[in-house]
Design a protein around this ligand. Structure first.
Ligand code: CAA
Length: 390
């Protein structure tokens, strides 16, 4: 299909998208199944992606990034995720959950120190909000940061941290004043190297995106300078939510990439595989499935580009784009589940086999309905924006 007419892409967008596509197809596709099988972190390809500017697409060049816009980011991420969603989530966390928040809320000093290594691909960043007993209800976290002169003492257990086992830098959210609930949360920026009292906990064995590393992080009387505070004390919940708005557009793009890969595999199989004397795509039962898959994919793309443009506008107006981001993520992740489910079905037994990547797409799609806010949380954000109730 040609580019969507209502979202005209510049030559720069197309060049970036093509570069991401070439890289993804030539460098990631050949290794994706092996990394999925072993569950190893793909350090080498991630480093190369950093070298190509994919780890800080919207980060200004002055801080080591590519200095491009929000649409450029989703275009590149979609291509990477079409090849492998595990590489994609590492890219998404570095760009959105990590760099975006520091760019928006960090001091000049923090931007210089904490963004450049990630945006240039020399190091890995992570974002740590969730706890064993605090997921969707993020305002109920138990981890504590206690002020002690020019330091904070961090204590607590964080869970489900993408890139937790390998992160060189970390944005972590902790309660500084539990009585104030959401208004008592603060954000901290940490370098993990030689950080006393910082322990990487158990690595999660996962259904999908297996090459991305996910773990608990434990803070045991971890003493950090007060200058580690990102934004103001008590501003952490707002920072966490603002960053998740950006992150959700990234996960929507991840879901789109997975759905497209599954769709293309199913379409190709439907033209080649024959049954009852004709290609299975010639049966309406298969053709109509492909029609629904394609239609949902294109609708997803519109929602994602719309959310990306809203995010771009927000850089000058400061307006929130929470609803656009939530709608894009909700629809994209449910599309990825629908499309991968149908793609497995169209492939029959071969869809269930590890000889083809379709079963991996199916496993990878599920997480997009869960992390960075479940589909239920997206519906909550959308309905609250519509109705004004809380
Ligand atoms: N932007 C800016 N401010 C926001 C905001 C946003 N998107 N959302 C809420 N706020 C502000 C509100 O305006 C409010 O401030 P005021 O009182 O000054 O108006 C304050 O934050 C509290 O908001 P709510 O009362 O709406 O908060 P809540 O407790 O009801 O929670 C929620 C709202 C939407 C359910 C939120 O808790 C949420 O998004 N939960 C899901 C968390 C999530 O997505 N976790 C995923 C973690 S990351 C991950 O998945 C792992 C990974 O590494 C990839």
């Amino acid at each position: 299909m040609s580019d969507l007419a209502i979202f005209p892409l510049t030559d720069e967008h197309k060049m970036l998208r093509d570069a991401a596509r070439d890289f993804a197809q030539n460098e990631i596709v050949p290794v994706a199944a092996d990394f999925d099988e072993s569950g190893e972190f793909p350090h080498a390809t991630i480093k190369k992606m950093g070298g190509m500017g994919f780890m800080g697409i919207e980060v200004p060049e002055a801080y080591g990034g590519a200095g491009m816009d929000s649409l450029a980011y989703v275009l590149a991420l979609e291509e990477i995720c079409k090849a492998d969603a595990a590489h994609g989530v590492i890219m998404s966390v570095n760009n959105s959950l990590y760099c975006h928040g520091i760019l928006k809320f960090g001091t000049e000093e923090q931007k210089k120190k904490f963004i450049e290594p990630i945006a240039s691909g020399k190091a890995i960043g992570a974002y740590s909000l969730t706890e064993p007993m605090s997921g969707s209800d993020a305002g109920t976290m138990k981890s504590r940061a206690t002020r002690d002169g020019d330091f904070y003492i961090l204590n607590g257990r964080k869970s489900w941290v993408t890139s937790g086992p390998v992160a060189d830098y970390l944005v972590v959210f902790m309660m500084t004043d539990p009585e104030k609930k959401q208004k008592g949360v603060s954000a901290f920026l940490l370098e993990t190297k030689d950080l006393a009292g910082f322990i990487r906990g158990k690595k999660e064995p996962k259904l999908g995106i297996r090459a991305s590393a996910t773990s608990e992080l434990i803070f045991d009387n971890c003493r950090v300078p007060a200058s580690s505070l990102l934004g103001k004390e008590g501003e952490g919940f707002k920072i966490a939510m603002t960053v998740l708005d950006a992150g959700r557009i990234g996960i929507a793009s991840q879901a789109l990439g997975i759905a497209e890969a599954a769709y293309e595999a199913a379409r190709s199989y439907a033209t080649q595989r024959e049954a009852f004397g004709q290609p299975i795509g010639a049966f309406q039962g298969t053709g109509f499935k492909l029609a629904d898959m394609k239609t949902r994919i294109e609708a997803t793309r519109l929602l994602i580009y719309n959310a990306a443009l809203a995010k771009e506008r927000s850089k000058t107006t400061g307006e929130r784009y929470s609803q656009e981001a939530a709608m894009a993520k909700l629809f994209a992740s449910e599309t990825a589940m629908f499309v991968t489910h149908q793609a497995v079905q169209i492939h029959g037994g071969m869809g269930y086999s590890k000889e083809l990547p379709v079963e991996r797409y199916f496993r990878d799609a599920k997480i997009t309905e869960i992390y960075e806010g479940t589909s239920e949380i997206q519906r909550l954000v959308i309905s609250r924006a519509e109705l004004g109730f809380k």
